[in-house]
Design a protein around this ligand. Structure first.
Ligand code: CUA
Length: 189
């Protein structure tokens, strides 16, 4: 009894070929899926940029429109949220100290009057380029009162390292009292 095995060598070769073919189909399927995902995301992002693009003329910021000096700082909106408008310029932010309430939806709107700056608020995930001609917008909410530094993190000239502002997060009630008799707030109001 030399040949105990009942399997015909021809059969097992066929079986192996079948399994290989099945795996080949799976692999081709995975590759097709990856290509489809690449094409979809490419087209999707081309049609829908990551954030909406708002432009503004940097040369007339101080003269008229949203970013005139009297409109900078924190403003309470009708729905209770707070909008903060900030200008970055060589080498400071205006306002220099920003005050916002805790546990309140905040919208930051920031633009540059001259060159590309950066802003980030330490201890948060807020981090953005501030480019002349564009308005950077982001929404956030601070969980608790505290002080954060807001340095410029994009090299913008010889005074870059001295360019930073403070963000003061105060209790919601404290902010409401501050906001009661003024339209735009910053720390010194
Ligand atoms: Cu502004 Cu660096």
């Amino acid at each position: 009894m030399a040949q105990v095995s009942s399997a015909d060598p021809h059969d097992s070769a066929e079986q192996a070929a079948r399994i290989e073919k099945r795996w080949a189909i799976v692999i081709v399927g995975i590759m097709a899926l990856l290509v489809a995902v690449t094409i979809f995301t490419g087209l999707h992002w081309a049609m829908m940029p990551p954030s909406r693009v708002e432009t503004i003329d940097p040369s007339t910021l101080h003269v008229s429109g949203e970013f005139v000096e009297s409109n900078l700082g924190s403003a309470v909106e009708a729905n209770g949220s707070v909008t903060v408008r900030i200008i970055g310029q060589q080498y400071s932010f205006t306002p220099q100290c920003i005050v916002v309430p805790a546990k309140t939806p905040i919208v930051f709107r920031v633009t540059s009057a001259d060159v590309v700056h950066g802003m980030l608020i330490t201890g948060t995930n807020i981090n953005s380029m501030v480019e002349p001609g564009y308005i950077a917008t982001f929404k956030t909410e601070f969980d608790q009162p505290g002080n954060h530094l807001m340095p410029c993190h994009e090299f913008c000239g010889v005074g870059h390292e001295a360019m930073w502002a403070n963000v003061k997060v105060v209790d919601k009630d404290v902010f409401a009292k501050m906001a009661a008799n003024t339209r735009r707030l910053s720390c010194d109001l």
